[in-house]
Design a protein around this ligand. Sequence first.
Ligand code: DP6
Length: 362
Amino acid sequence: MLHRPYQEKDFIPRSTPELYLDNWNGETYAPSNIALIKYWGKSGLQIPMNASLSFLLPQSITRTRAKATLLKQPAGRVLFNFRFQGAENPDFNRKIAAFFDRISVFMPFLPYYKWEFESTNNFPHSAGIASSASGFGALAKLLIDFEKALYPHAGPDYLYRKTSFIARLGSGSAARSVTGPVSVWGSHPDIPGSNDLYAIDFPFEIHQNFGQVTDLILLLEKEKKEVSSTQGHALIDTHPFKKSRIEQARQHLSGLSASLQTGDWEQFGKITETEALTLHAMMMTSDPYYILMQPSTLRWIKQIWDLRKSTGIPVYFTLDAGANLHIIYPTSYEKRIFDNLEEISQTDKLLNRIEIIPRNSD
Ligand code: DP6
């Protein structure tokens, strides 16, 4: 059945909660994701400049616990305490305070509680792996679990969409961490149901050639990156290539969607690599310009191109907003790739096994 998108006003509760709980404890997790069609540029309250498409990274996760305690009277704004890997982090506190300000109209029950969060990642934070995606994905899931406890009659479809809607208001890419394994966020003419407010599951059948995909992240740079994604997005407003980028992203998403359906790894890889290079080219041509790749990033790109040329193995790369390289290939080719790229075994890496078509689903 065709999904007719919800509008912003649909996410404002129409009634007061059916009950208030004195104490509530929740725990959940959300995976990170890697965009193949990049979200780069936004307007207003997290409205993307173009539609993006991503794969979930099921083994790179944020796990978060929440405790909500009913206050004697509601506070003027949401009171919270957030600990990440056991400690408070001023950067996170600022981001989460802004998040609560944005979502309070959609979750008016939040200021009635004092919130305590404990969160951990199983991968390095701020290393060009979307930790804000899994972080806000997990927070959104928790808050929706809480909303469900207050409004036990809310429907599952509504709550599913609202989870992505709330996650988006924390970090755009987080909208795609609560759907999947293949998600589309942002309105696109080829993708029915796609919209700017929340991500949806890729709505078409995916070819068997993409059944089991691996995303291998080479951890080439573990330091915090110099320019955050949020700063990078802001530079697109006045970017000289803004208009052509919007058109390119639209065409790329059409092409990638087609390749996933027909099983065409070559077309998939060409678009994926063009997107990664365009993202970084946009950074290099912003005002001010900057570079997030490292010499090792380029060296590895070259190795992947050489390997592909000499063996024909469908192995491609993408990049997030950082120096770390994501190598993407059908999982069945892994041994051949490792045998040919000996240096891989000595390099720090993260493996994500993406079951786009679960093995037992035929
Ligand atoms: C390059 O979602 O981190 O990873 O919405 O400001 O939090 P904010 O930005 P963020 O941007 C991600 C940019 C990207 C591409 C992508 O994930 O689509």
